[in-house]
Ligand binder design. Sequence first.
Ligand SMILES: Nc1ncnc2c1ncn2[C@@H]1O[C@H](COP(=O)(O)OP(=O)(O)O)[C@@H](O)[C@H]1O
Ligand SMILES: [Mg+2]
Length: 606
Amino acid sequence: MTIRGGFMGRLQSGDEVTYDLRSLDRRAIALIARYLRPRRTRLLLAGLAMLGVTATSLLLPYLSKVIVDEYIAVGDLGGLALFSVLYLALNGLFWLGSYWQGYLSAWVGQQVIYDLRRDLMHQVMRQSPDFVEQERVGQIASRLTNDVNSLSDAVSAGLLNLVGDLLLMVGIVIVMALIDWVLTLVTLVAVPIVMLSMAYLGKQMRRAYRDVQQEIARVNAGVEQGVSGMRVVQSLGQESFTVEQFQELSLRNMKANLRVSLLFAAVFPTMTITNMLGIALVLSFGGLRVIQGLTTVGTLLAFLAYIQRFFGPLRELSLIYNNLQAAAAALDRVVDYVDREPDVREPESPRLPEGGFQGRVVLRDLTFGYEPDEPVLKELSLTIEPGETVALVGATGAGKSTLAALLTRLHDVQQGAIELDGVDVRDLPLDALRSNVLLVSQDVFLFPDTIRENIRYARPEATDEEVEQAALRAQAHDFITRLPLGYDTQVGESGALLSGGQRQLVALARALMVEPRVLILDEATANVDAHTEALIQQAMAAIGRDRTMIVIAHRFSTLRSANRILVLEDGQLVGEGTHEALIESNPVYQRLYQRQWAESAAETQD
Ligand SMILES: Nc1ncnc2c1ncn2[C@@H]1O[C@H](COP(=O)(O)OP(=O)(O)O)[C@@H](O)[C@H]1O
Ligand SMILES: [Mg+2]
């Protein structure tokens, strides 16, 4: 079935499940070893428990043979009692061993997952924001949830079980051969039949599972896209079209799941029937040998038990292999994340400005582009003195936001340098840089929490009083206290329950929590009403008194309050000075002024 046009037609399924185990490289194994090392004691204990389980599994059938042949057959009551107790004791041991193997390996597995997940999150947080755009949020989330889960299955139970199963199978063949090698050979005839049928079913299952995973990924992505685009969907009146598209994805998911169920329905009877085949072989051929006096009834009994214990793991192996494949694929992807070096790195030998942070910003021949050969900013040179307020103006796409991002080192420049108080920003410890140069970006992000916690986020240990102090200085206090729940008002998903202007004020208050030496406001007044604009203006005047401010200006009022206006065009600085000077002589500024501010300037000057 094909999905016709529309956005859902282009949904990518993220994760491939088929994976060749042989291509698992050294990095992946080293990674697992690195996480297992701190847990080696418990892992070792789990391994010992596993050996105990394997040994008792091997001994129990043999013991039943001894009981039958050497005590029951000759009527030795005393020996029978003794061996029955031994048999029970071994069973107890088996229980204990299985229990500890299961518990310890789950413990190790969960600890590994716990550590790994923490490190992955840390890794993601170290990356530059581009990373999220390349990888997409859904895919990153899938790494930290689905991939880590399938690793957990493999690491916790899978590997140890696999080793245990293999050991047990080899042990069983050896013991059986020691007891009666002819009967062993005949019995093993059933092995290739079991293996072939399970391998066939296993392969089909793998394919079916892969389809299910792909389809569920599409359904997830469909929900995500439909819901996050809900405003657009509704405003275009395309609800039913979207639901229809979603139904198609859902249908594919259903079909894939049905195929898995069908296969599963075949697996159980196949397992039973192959089991029966082994039993039939032992009973018929073994029975013949008992009648001929070539072997004993006890041996027959032991073989029946061994064959059961042998086929179980044999069947499991083909299924475990499945999980291992999924885990290996997951591991491969996870390794990429763990090893990923962020574009923006901590300096190797960090430096701090000698006289402390004052807020002097110097750009030296700075060139930067998102693509290597397409510079967005070209050879910018500029000095901003501590305490100065400069306004940055330029047409859309001129590179204003890019410059703001560079100042807080969200990217690194390709040529030239940015210095803060005489130190290249690449030599400053990242946390020192980012608590001294703070950007309130044009699209404010708020966490779905209360206003209070959103402001406090910048300094989690701050008191309620400090939060309100910051809100006061950001001129946000008034509107907050007018809300029924005040500071405890929930802002909703991405702050959707507040207006654009209110979000800006909250973001400004949040920025003030850290007292940055340099504050950059990127079009803070772009989407706000006149009242909020006035509030922001007022706040800026107060805040700007004791710090450097770089204001990417959207409104004319902002320009008036700046010490200096910088005019940016196509990534180049084409003018600087006061409004009066620029409007006299700078054609780029004149054009901008005519287009954007002439009307509002006329209003405010009245
Ligand atoms: N993350 C990005 N990846 C690639 N190109 C970008 C990115 N962000 C901005 N650009 C491009 O860089 C140029 C400058 O953008 P920007 O700094 O946002 O301009 P302004 O803020 O002045 O409107 C634009 O051509 C824009 O398309
Ligand atoms: Mg911008």
